[in-house]
Design a binder for this molecule. Sequence first.
Ligand code: PNS
Length: 160
Amino acid sequence: MTTALYPGSFDPITFGHIDVIGRAAGVFGRLVVGVLVNPRKSPMLDLEERMAAIREAVADELGELSERIEVAGFDGLTVDYAQQIGAAFIVRGLRAVSDFETELQMAHTNRKLAPSVDTVFFMTALEHAYLSSSLVKEIAAFGGDVSRMVPAAAARRLQR
Ligand code: PNS
């Protein structure tokens, strides 16, 4: 069974992330969604809240595919964690050309660090291509409605 790691901050998980998780779980036998413990920016939701929101959202939105999906927190280098869990692939989503430069840089750097771990990209569905966790946080901070941008499990936690 091929294992892949989908790393990210997921602060919070959006429908764009769910779309990428669903696509990747359709390809890989085991998909570990790795939630970075210490994103550079201080997170709005703590690690436990982010992981709980992902678990709930995956169960609510992805049906049988959710059996292939695990959610875990990690700290340190993504490639180190990938190797620790036996993942030969890192999954990332591409929403638009603007994502490409950063993602290309990360993929090449990760390959330099760990040549046996390759990065694969899934194109986020067009209807979610405008979504970003940063905008969702800003909207939620001002009391705006994020229910069409993030799964209910995340919206509830942001409202708190
Ligand atoms: O959801 P994000 O914030 O776009 O995810 C970025 C993430 C977590 C994938 C990236 O910052 C990362 O891999 N951080 C872990 C530390 C690391 O491995 N840095 C080198 C990346 S080339």
